[in-house]
Design a protein around this ligand. Structure first.
Ligand code: NAD
Length: 433
């Protein structure tokens, strides 16, 4: 039987790994450090609306299975809420709430006219047939339809949701509404109103922040080394951009394992291998690498690009990288973060590092509203400008206040939102005297 002490320790560990607790803790610390009125914390700490839906799907064998889905809308004071939809067995209400708060901060840092939203379904998509997955995607949209729309809440892709899934979802929404509404969702295929450059946007943004961080540290990227955890949309695109910059990527992993080559992996060849339907850890021309070992590789840059709670008190001590670029949302626990601080690692926090996705989603939404589409070069140039501006804003706060990049990013996001609370008359004097 679990002793009282063991139970207390288990509770603390769970608390430290619950992303909702983590983001609330960071909000509390930041609002206190900024000497903001207590009311600001109370306005920020939870989403304004969370919907839980039951999604019945007729499976291929004839039985009905009920899946559970969520949509969380954090704040809409800067614009409609915006954020991805995740298909994963570990999805839960607290995770979706936390992810929606991070989306608010991310958009605020980059000056995008959005609040934060996030959705998810508890499901392992690998266990569903294509028809079952399509039915699940369409029925989820049907269930959340009253809450979404181009001026209300705009979904996008996240873990395990591709442009194809976005295509099914927008098709369902358009059918229900009776006409085409391309701006209701972003990350859709280009042929039905998606933006050029959206698929690669998050990875491109990650690589831009890495270039900025390298220049702060005086690190030459050509010839530098990197390792990645996660080789899905964000991880593989980031790897591609870094490869083109001359970075030698020695290790990559995914949920099933990974590969290592001390001389640098052939990223374009691995991408071709994966595109043909193979899984990364079966790539023949490299050594095997486990998800435990990827943290401790002797590299200059480490990029978590998978799920939450990967850099922990157990994995952080092994990290040798000088830059950690948080491509994933919430990859670091507070304990892991403390260890990175002690090791003086330059952390590019998630709410800045992976903001390229929502930025090009914003461009997609703008193009849908104009019915006029930009060429990819134009999208990429606008993305680069936005990411550099966001990075510089956070860096300036870091330098001025002598705080870490994560705290500086929270400061930037919270400041922007607080101004909006004030402008709308929700709070009188935001700062304590
Ligand atoms: P994806 O589904 O395309 O890829 C996820 C990758 O992570 C896969 O390679 C998977 O095998 C791996 N993975 C999952 N669990 C793992 C584990 N326990 N250990 C190691 N690897 C594991 O998803 P994605 O769109 O690339 O998203 C990755 C991260 O980036 C998520 O945190 C997501 O929220 C964040 N993000 C995505 C976008 C976007 O535009 N897609 C934007 C911003 C942030």
């Amino acid at each position: 039987m679990q002793s009282r002490k063991d139970k207390a320790e288990a509770d603390i560990t769970t608390h430290l790994k619950n992303p909702y607790d983590i983001v609330q803790g960071l909000l509390k610390d930041s609002t206190t450090a900024l000497r903001l009125n207590e009311n600001v914390y109370h306005l920020l700490k939870q989403p304004m609306r969370v919907l839980e839906v039951s999604i019945p799907v007729r499976m291929d064998d004839g039985r009905i299975e009920n899946f559970t889905g969520y949509r969380s809308q954090h704040l809409d004071i800067l614009g409609p809420t915006k954020g991805g939809i995740r298909f994963h067995p570990d999805v839960n209400a607290d995770e979706v709430k936390a992810l929606s708060i991070w989306m608010s901060l991310k958009s605020a840092i980059l000056n995008l006219p959005f609040g934060g939203g996030k959705g998810g379904i508890i499901v392992d998509p690998d266990e569903l047939s294509e028809r079952e997955l399509e039915t699940l995607s369409r029925t989820y949209i049907e269930k959340i339809t009253p809450l979404i729309g181009p001026q209300k809440d705009i979904p996008a892709p996240d873990i395990n949701t591709s442009p194809k899934v976005m295509g099914w979802m927008i098709d369902e929404y358009d059918k229900l509404r009776g006409h085409n509404i391309p701006g209701m969702l972003t990350g859709k295929p280009v042929i039905i109103g998606g933006s050029a450059g959206r698929l690669a946007a998050t990875g491109r943004g990650v690589s831009i922040t890495i270039q900025e961080a390298a220049s702060v540290l005086g690190m030459e990227l050509n010839g530098a080394t990197a390792a990645l955890q996660g080789f899905g949309n964000v991880g593989s695109m980031t790897a591609e951009f870094l490869h083109h910059l001359g970075v030698k990527i020695t290790g990559i992993t995914n949920a099933h394992g990974g590969i290592y080559d001390e001389n640098g992996l052939d990223i374009p060849d691995i991408q071709q291998f994966v595109k043909k339907g193979n899984v990364v850890h079966t790539y023949p021309d490299a050594d095997p690498l486990t998800n435990e070992d990827v943290f401790g590789l002797p590299v200059d840059i480490f990029i978590p690009a998978a799920v939450e709670n990967q850099i922990t008190k157990n994995t952080a001590p092994a990290i040798q990288a000088k830059i950690v670029a948080e491509a994933a949302n919430g990859p670091t626990t507070p304990e892991g973060d403390k260890i990175m601080e002690e090791k003086d690692i330059f952390v590019i926090p998630d709410i800045l590092c992976n903001a390229g996705g929502v930025t090009v989603s914003y461009f997609e939404w703008v193009q849908n509203a104009m019915n006029y589409y930009w060429k990819e070069d134009e999208v990429n140039a606008k993305l680069t400008e936005k990411m550099k501006e966001g990075f510089q804003k956070v860096l300036d706060i870091r330098r001025e206040k002598q705080i870490r990049m994560r705290q500086a990013a929270y400061t930037a996001g919270i400041h922007q939102i607080t101004e909006a609370f004030h402008a709308r008359g929700w709070i009188e004097e935001p700062y304590d005297k």
